[in-house]
Design a protein around this ligand. Structure first.
Ligand code: S3P
Length: 432
């Protein structure tokens, strides 16, 4: 078990961030059902995406990893996946489990989806219920609310489904199932959940269409075209470095080629609203996704209120936003974020519990938290709860807390940000 020990100090310099986790998962799953060889460069080699890699291999897909950091994924076409002889292990990855459920629902074979102790606690009913409406034959623990889930395989039909929560995982699950269903599948979303799936599937020639907040898909008449992509940097990983540089005195940080898809960059908008000194240049595009270089320096932050449909655009960034809020002047309120309670951990409870150990004035509410600031944080021994994003948020807090902060069981950062410590060290962080 690794303890991350960190003392105050600025982040200075220029760095790239690891590749986008959401896009990496999708590139494996979508390339698996494309016709021919896909090439994926700069993929994320983290724990969650390795789980997806293992799963597609179990479905008979050959994936070669070159030493130059490229995957060659030998797609088996829409109807070429093989019945897996063993369970499909998603380890800690909720994205893998939920997207895979959509893919398995429409296959003509039996499959079983399993996961780690952490993943076995996370809700699956959100995908099982609509998939059963489509006619999928699914059995699972607690009536299909929890993993393991088993799919008998068979014919499914399109539905018109209004999602009760804004979730890219549910949306993507149903779009995948929709490509194997008879008739049209329509998914209506209550908020702008990340749209990588529809961007990538459209680029591969799938018949996916958007009309306002509704998406439709049907069985493709042509095979899906293989991918040839370079995955952009993950905004969700950049967020920790951005947040640190926005509050730790004397920081001056440049992040290169970060994905800045509007459905992902809610934290950037929040930082700007709080008065942080952030700018963006060198706009580009990768996989039909906007990218940019970000420059951030410490600013005088004001408290803000976050809530409503836009919460989904920074849902993964809310633990580190809580750290930012401890340094903002006034009362910061986060509401409409009950989804945080069903992430890798109950991120409302774990963020509040751990930040309080550092002296933060933060209170949990049923659907978010309230923070009073600014507060001088004081280093302490804190715990990761096995949650990568909480761990990195605590590291940001440690970069400004007086004295030393020790984060226990910090190895989970590699689920999404392998090399986190190395990047921090290169930027001058005070690690020991
Ligand atoms: C993800 C979607 C989000 C996010 C997760 C990755 C994805 O979850 O929290 O880290 O890649 O689709 P929900 O869509 O379930 O909110």
């Amino acid at each position: 078990m690794t303890t991350l020990i960190i003392a105050p100090g600025p982040l200075v310099g220029t760095t790239a961030v690891p590749a986008d986790k959401s896009i990496t998962h999708r590139s494996l799953l979508f390339a698996a059902i494309a016709e021919g060889e896909s090439r994926v460069r700069n993929y994320l080699d983290g724990g969650d995406c390795r789980a997806t890699l293992g799963v597609v291999r179990r479905l008979g897909v050959q994936v070669d990893e070159s030493s130059a950091g490229e995957w060659r994924i030998h797609g088996r076409g829409l109807h070429g996946l093989q019945e897996p002889e063993e369970a499909l292990d998603c380890v800690n990855s909720g994205t893998t489990a939920r997207l895979l459920a959509g893919l398995m629902a429409g296959q003509p074979f039996h499959s079983v989806i399993v996961g780690s102790e952490q993943l076995r606690k996370r809700p699956m009913r959100r995908v099982v219920e609509p998939l059963r409406m489509m006619g999928a034959d699914i059995a699972g623990r607690d009536g299909g609310r929890l993993l393991p889930l088993s799919f008998r395989g068979g014919a499914i039909s399109g539905i018109d489904y209004e999602m009760p929560v804004a979730s890219a995982q549910v949306k993507s699950c149903l779009l995948l199932a929709g490509m194997f269903a008879a008739g049209l599948t329509v998914v209506r979303e209550p908020g702008p959940a990340r749209d990588h799936t529809e961007r990538m599937l459209a680029a591969m020639g799938a018949p996916v269409r958007r009309l306002g907040s509704a998406l439709s898909i049907e069985q493709p008449r042509q095979p899906l075209t293989p991918l040839d992509i370079t995955v952009p940097g993950d905004f969700s990983s950049a967020a920790f470095l951005l947040a640190a540089a926005a509050v730790v005195p004397d920081s001056d940080l440049h992040l290169t080629e970060v994905g800045v898809n509007p459905t992902r960059r809610g934290l950037l908008d929040a930082l700007i609203e709080m008065g942080a000194e952030v700018s963006m240049d060198n706009w580009g595009e990768a996989v039909g996704e906007p990218t940019g270089d970000l420059h951030v320096r410490p600013g005088h932050l004001q408290a803000i209120t976050l809530g409503g449909a836009d919460i989904v655009t920074l849902i993964d960034e809310l633990p580190v936003f809580a750290v930012l809020a401890t340094q903002a002047h006034g009362t910061t309120v986060v509401k409409d974020a009950a989804e945080l309670r069903v992430k890798e951990t109950d991120r409302i409870a774990t963020t509040v519990e751990e930040l309080r150990k550092l002296g933060a004035r933060i209170e949990a509410t049923p659907d978010g938290f309230v923070v009073e600031g600014p507060t001088k944080l004081v280093g302490a021994r804190v715990h990761s709860h096995g949650d990568h994003r909480l761990t990195m948020a605590l590291a940001v807090a440690g970069m400004m807390a007086e004295g030393v902060t020790a984060i226990e069981e910090a190895e989970c950062v590699s689920d999404s940000f392998p090399g986190f410590e190395r990047v921090l060290a290169r930027l001058g962080a005070n690690l020991s």
